[in-house]
Design a protein around this ligand. Structure first.
Ligand SMILES: Nc1ncnc2c1ncn2[C@@H]1O[C@H](COP(=O)(O)OP(=O)(O)OP(=O)(O)O)[C@@H](O)[C@H]1O
Length: 301
């Protein structure tokens, strides 16, 4: 089996005069949770729709398990499960009916009862779609993406609108799905979600991939490292600190002194302060997060 399940090369798609995807290239490895992150309108949904065979690219190539999703539509449908943004079902359709209906579209579907059990839907199997909670609707949409026994599941804006507990539960579910052997592409706006779940992330902005790395790699590449703040009751000569090779900036935030620098900042900072009889109070260290990296990579205009 090839290691790369999805290969996208130089994908381009316009809607009239709007360039949705300008030039996207990426590969998704078998067995990973691959995140696609980007601001509104960046081209994320169009990219995953092209991978699923739901959009014909204007230019470029897409391969999923060696198939061309446009030319091999039927075969691709059997390989890719899609949970797209705001998927709505008829209000009165019951959970078990929805799964049985979707199962009938696939050549070798999963067993609906087993899937309901796995996704915690057994209790609500006789409930109508319209009566489900947000979290239950989301779990049903994941179940529908998995009913065809896909190799690849595409999940778009999976946890939007869910409360923190339901979001956490969904994250655990996604990990279980991956551990059962399904490769996952996750489109998300939530940095914490991408940081927690994804093995690698492509950051897309204005139709192009502007960064592609592990969450840790992205954070390291885009941030200056560490930020430490504290108060002093003594007067500080900033040059004491700016002279340290680990320090990049020294600034003030009200009464607090804020020092930014690399990951090794803490020890030289404290020893230098102590050597000059400064006693830092209320000291906080902050590490950069994916949020910081994202704002550096794709700042809002
Ligand atoms: N069917 C369509 N017809 C015309 N323009 C479209 C269509 N679908 C998307 N667009 C435009 O293409 C651009 C990219 O849209 P796309 O939905 O791929 O971005 P996105 O990154 O998924 O955005 P969001 O995070 O807001 O869902 C946007 O400017 C959008 O308005």
């Amino acid at each position: 089996m090839p290691e790369n399940l999805v290969i996208v090369e130089n994908l381009h798609k316009s809607y009239g005069s709007v360039v949705a995807v300008d030039d996207v290239s990426l590969t998704v490895r078998r067995g990973e949770i691959f995140g696609i992150l980007g601001p509104n309108g960046a081209g994320k949904t169009t990219t995953v729709e092209a991978i699923a065979g739901l959009r014909a690219p204007d230019r470029g190539t897409v391969r999923v398990a060696g198939l061309d999703p446009q030319a091999d539509r039927a075969k691709t449908t059997a390989v890719v499960g899609v949970q797209l943004q705001a998927a709505e079902l008829p209000e009165r359709l019951r959970v078990d009916e929805a799964l049985e209906l979707y199962a009938s579209f696939y050549p070798s579907p999963a067993n609906p009862a087993e899937l309901m059990e796995k996704l915690g839907l057994t209790k609500v199997r006789k409930s109508a779609f319209g009566n489900l909670s947000g979290g239950q609707k989301q779990r049903l949409s994941i179940a529908l993406a998995l009913i065809g026994n896909p190799q690849l599941a595409i999940l778009d804006e999976l946890t939007t609108g869910l409360d923190p507990q339901a979001r956490r539960d969904t994250w655990e579910l996604i990990r279980q799905v991956r551990d059962s052997g399904v490769t996952i592409i996750l489109v998300t706006h939530f940095m914490a979600e991408a940081e927690y779940l994804c093995d690698r992330i492509a950051v897309i902005d204005a139709g192009r991939v502007i960064a592609l790395d592990t969450p840790t790699g992205l954070i390291g590449a885009a941030s200056s490292g560490q930020r430490i703040s504290f108060r002093l009751t003594t007067e500080l000569d900033d040059t004491l600190l700016t002279a340290l090779p680990e320090v990049t900036t020294v600034s003030r935030d009200g009464a607090r002194i804020v020092v930014e620098g690399n990951e090794n900042l803490l020890v030289p900072l404290i020893t230098t302060l102590a050597a000059h009889h400064h006693n830092p109070l209320d000291l906080h260290t902050e590490h950069a997060t994916l949020d910081d990296a994202f704002l550096t990579l794709a700042p809002t205009p």
